[in-house]
Design a protein around this ligand. Structure first.
Ligand code: G3I
Length: 514
């Protein structure tokens, strides 16, 4: 198991008493066919025992003790959405609710899922923004919480309703361009807000050295089929996106809001669908689980508790299904309270467990079915990309991307005598545009500030920069440190980036310590 997943699992467990931790250590190999020797009494502990997190969506006014007791992961239900925290220029505002939730999670040793960066709905001041502005927001949001966010929903609900398998046609998908008209956005010359947002997010994560994983999240993508055995085209479209952009995407979220809508039911091929995404090497999460308590048209025709059991089992049976999150604590406080879709009744901190709760706990306590791994499951660490996978490199264009101009990146110009050097550490170029990452290294002694000057080719200009203040857009452009990245120790480096139109050939950045 890689150390990152080990750390995450450890984190999900650490609020447990020592005795429970001992039990966890010895119970990982529990088989699904037999109850665990000593059943855990909370969802959090039972899930940790099985090697996954069990989480909840929460708001700052509902951080009752049950949150840390029953759940090992927290998703802000509303407090990290663009309409709460984004300014029209991609800055941050009103982050106090999100900060409260992140702090609460941290002090209760819970993982956090950031929700969400790019979304057609609840876009607030970002509605209609350009990719450059979205990129600014992505950078600001990721950098604010860094590795305190284990998973970010980078792109949410990109696909259309009604099982068409198409992208939405609302903003931000209006930025998409299908150059050859073949119906996808994966070809040379195509523009894809999903790709470009993930590229940006991956750059920020790598530049910051964060452990954060980057996810795409959607609803009605749960089964291979929908009601009546019709192929789930929305799930297939999501699969195509993850396949094409695997180098930037670490995890896939199935929202799993199950109800009587023909495209929203629980089908028997849920596990097979989780499995096929897992086989791409990404983690799969059930991210917003709630189940209508009256699924009269559901093809499995069972009660709510049995439906919950079925979903939990499907995840447990796929090793790379590493987490389940319910979308709230109790029915009365849910976004769909009339369908009574959650695990508790009651409210305001006084909650009562439902039959569905006991079914989930029981299923979690049975552990993963490790006796009969699905044949397609490769015996590798869930977070490790398959052997054939190229190493993740956000600066590498997707396969369909035109090759980067061989005359770039620009030469390195270290200035050891001045105390800092600047190099182009990454360049992502496409027809008419580019993203450049510049590395600033303190060469001989610590520096407490820096500025970098470079000259763009004629006709090119900068549209957006991150991790630096900028002066000028074209010709000679100057970048200087912002408050959090001016101090660099000798031999260490920090990075900033910028996006522009035109070309970025022949850049020769020169660093001056402040
Ligand atoms: O807080 C204000 C309150 O001050 C005001 O009086 C009231 C009047 O309408 O609105 C309150 O805000 C509401 C907020 O929930 C908090 O309750 C918003 O109007 C309402 O739109 C918002 O709904 C949220 C919805 O996303 C839209 O963002 C739901 O709580 C939330 O559960 C739901 O979550 C989404 C996921 O993000 C994405 N997947 C689907 C899921 C369910 O729709």
């Amino acid at each position: 198991m890689n150390s990152d997943l080990t750390r995450r699992r450890r984190l999900a467990r650490t609020a447990l008493p020592a005795a429970a931790l001992l039990l966890i250590g010895s119970a990982v190999a529990v088989q699904s066919s037999a109850p665990a020797a000593a059943a855990e009494t909370t969802l959090r502990a039972a899930a940790a025992n099985a090697g996954l997190f069990f989480g909840v969506a929460a708001s700052p006014n509902r951080l009752y003790p049950i949150v840390g007791q029953e759940f090992g992961q927290l998703t802000p239900e509303n407090d990290m959405k663009p309409d709460r925290i984004a300014t029209s220029s991609g800055g941050l505002q009103n982050t106090s609710g999100a900060d409260t939730l992140v702090n609460h999670a941290q002090s209760n040793n819970m993982l956090v899922r950031g929700h969400t960066l790019v979304w057609h709905s609840q876009a607030g001041a970002l509605q209609g923004a350009s990719q450059a502005t979205l990129n600014t927001f992505i950078g600001n949001a990721i950098n604010r919480w860094g590795s305190r966010i284990a998973y970010w929903d980078v792109v949410n609900e990109a696909l259309e309703d009604n099982n068409t398998g198409r992208r939405r046609n609302q903003w931000p998908h209006t930025m998409n361009r299908d150059a050859n008209g073949d119906g996808d956005f994966f070809d040379p010359g195509d523009t894809d807000v999903i790709r470009d947002s993930f590229i940006r997010a991956k750059q920020v994560v790598q530049a910051g050295g964060y452990t954060t994983k980057l996810c795409i999240n959607d609803y009605d993508v749960d089964g291979l089929t929908v009601q009546g055995g019709v192929r789930n085209r929305k799930a297939d479209a999501l699969y195509d996106i993850v396949s094409n952009y695997r180098q930037y995407i670490d995890c896939v979220g199935f929202q799993a809001h199950f109800n009587d809508n023909p495209n929203s039911i629980i089908t028997d091929d849920l596990q097979a669908n989780i499995q096929r995404f897992a086989d791409l090497g990404v983690e799969v999460h059930i991210t917003e689980l709630d189940i209508d308590d009256d699924l009269s048209n559901n093809d499995i025709g069972a009660g709510q508790a049995e439906n919950y059991r079925k979903v939990v089992r499907a995840c447990l049976n796929v090793e790379r299904c590493t987490g389940i999150t319910v979308w709230g604590i109790s029915d009365s406080e849910s976004w769909r309270s009339s369908e009574r879709g959650l695990l508790f009744t009651g409210g305001n901190g006084n909650y009562q467990k439902k039959a569905a709760y006991h079914a989930v706990l029981d299923e979690l306590n049975k552990g993963r079915n490790t006796t009969t791994p699905p044949p397609s499951e490769p015996p590798v660490d869930p977070t490790t990309p398959p052997p054939s996978e190229p190493p993740v490199d956000p600066t590498t264009p997707p396969p369909s991307e035109p090759p980067v101009d061989p005359t770039t990146p620009a030469p390195t110009t270290p200035n050891p005598t001045t105390g800092c050097s600047a190099t182009v550490s990454a360049l992502d170029a496409w027809t008419g545009g580019f993203v450049v990452t510049v590395r600033v290294t303190a060469t001989t002694a610590p520096i407490s500030g820096w500025s970098v000057q470079l000259t763009l080719p004629s006709g090119s200009s900068v549209t957006n920069a991150w991790n630096a203040d900028r002066s000028g857009n074209s010709g000679t452009v100057q970048f200087s440190n912002v408050s959090y990245n001016g101090s660099v120790n000798a031999g260490q480096y920090t990075e900033f980036g910028f996006q522009g139109v035109g070309t970025a050939t022949g850049l020769n950045p020169v660093c001056t310590p402040a």
